[in-house]
Design a protein around this ligand. Structure first.
Ligand SMILES: Nc1nc2c(ncn2[C@@H]2O[C@H](COP(=O)(O)OP(=O)(O)OP(=O)(O)O)[C@@H](O)[C@H]2O)c(=O)[nH]1
Ligand SMILES: [Mg+2]
Length: 317
């Protein structure tokens, strides 16, 4: 993190608004957890554990948080229930910064990889195509030449949906007809992007194939074909997870990361859900950084994930 915080007022407002349901949920539970209590004792800690688990933070991460709070309470002797939110905010923020993943500072890609190739993966409906559209918009806004590749050839409307985004954002797209070989689309996209001096290439992939093994084999095939054009591509395999599914998103991340190499995560649909606590569990559990969060369907509704900002928004006053 640099000395200056580039956390603009608008960004904070979008984040606060997007997380409002999760926040309401956590706070109403917290209020019940400490009702009639002035001091953080064992009973409050038990209730707190339940609050975190039922807020989709996940069991392992919850236990880590409770352990930290216990230590603080033991050390500071008397902690009032009023101080609990601040304590939670601090301990969760510290826990997340201890997991060795760095937050990105802005929408940017390494200058020395040209084009920088991002392959977007995830099960159907999680928000892959939408996230690609939003990313293309942000990269373009940052002055990058962006190319999109429509390698989800499985579903009829998939190519069309990405075409609409490419027009909305104003970036070129490489496509073939439905049912064609996704690896061939990826090959064409990278060739074209390379020939035209693109900075970033984003490849969409199918979320649903005949079965899971097929899907993983397909992803491997796409990757291998990419290497024929750019030997170290893809530079980033971005796994998109639907945050509104709570613990399901966590399970998907487990399964996907076990089956294929993933090096960045995006958690979408945090607006309109009370399950946003799942981001805390995912960020704590995986050694893969949560890079982006989706807070709506619009072009502007994607943010670079920042642990501290996220926890502050959730537990801030
Ligand atoms: N509210 C909200 N909706 C979102 C967000 N991201 C995506 N969506 C919506 O979720 C739905 C599915 O998004 P897609 O981008 O089509 O998902 P996909 O992963 O490409 O789906 P497949 O191509 O079927 O695998 C769409 O209606 C999107 O508008 C988000 O951050 N917030
Ligand atoms: Mg799609």
């Amino acid at each position: 993190m640099g000395i200056f915080s580039f956390f603009s007022k608008e960004k904070k407002e979008t984040l606060d608004k997007g997380l409002s349901k999760t926040k309401e949920n956590v706070f109403s539970k917290l209020t019940r957890a400490i009702a009639g209590k002035s001091k953080v004792d064992d009973e409050v800690l038990d209730n707190l554990e339940e609050v975190l688990i039922t807020s989709d933070v996940g069991v392992d991460t919850t236990l880590k948080i409770i352990e930290r709070i216990e230590k603080r309470v033991a050390r500071d002797k008397y902690v009032t229930t009023q101080e609990l939110t601040t304590l939670l905010r601090d301990e969760i923020a510290t826990l997340l910064t201890e997991n060795n993943t760095e937050d990105a500072e802005s929408f940017t890609v390494p200058e020395d990889k040209k084009p920088y190739v991002i392959m977007v993966v995830g099960v159907n409906g999680v928000g892959k195509t939408t996230t690609i559209g939003k990313l293309a918009y942000q990269f373009k806004k940052a002055g990058k030449n962006v190319y999109l590749g429509a390698a989800d050839t499985f579903r009829a409307a998939a190519v069309e949906q990405l075409v609409i985004w490419s027009e909305r954002v104003g970036v070129p797209i490489v496509k073939q007809k439905m049912g064609s070989d996704p690896a061939s689309v990826a090959f064409d996209t990278l060739s074209s992007a390379k020939a035209n001096g693109a900075d970033v290439v984003i490849i969409d992939t199918a979320g649903r194939l005949h079965n899971k093994i097929n899907l993983m084999n397909e992803l491997t095939k796409i990757k291998n074909v990419m290497k024929k054009v750019i030997p170290d591509a893809p530079h980033e395999v971005l796994l998109v997870l639907d945050g509104s599914t709570g613990q399901n998103a966590f399970e998907q991340a487990k399964q996907f990361t076990a089956a294929t190499e993933v090096n960045a995560l995006a958690v979408t649909k945090l607006d309109g859900t009370a399950k946003g606590g799942v981001v805390i569990g995912i960020s704590d559990h995986f050694r893969i950084p949560v890079k982006y969060i989706g807070l709506g369907e619009g072009m502007e509704d994607l943010q670079v994930f920042n642990k501290k900002e996220f926890v502050n928004s959730l537990f801030g006053e």
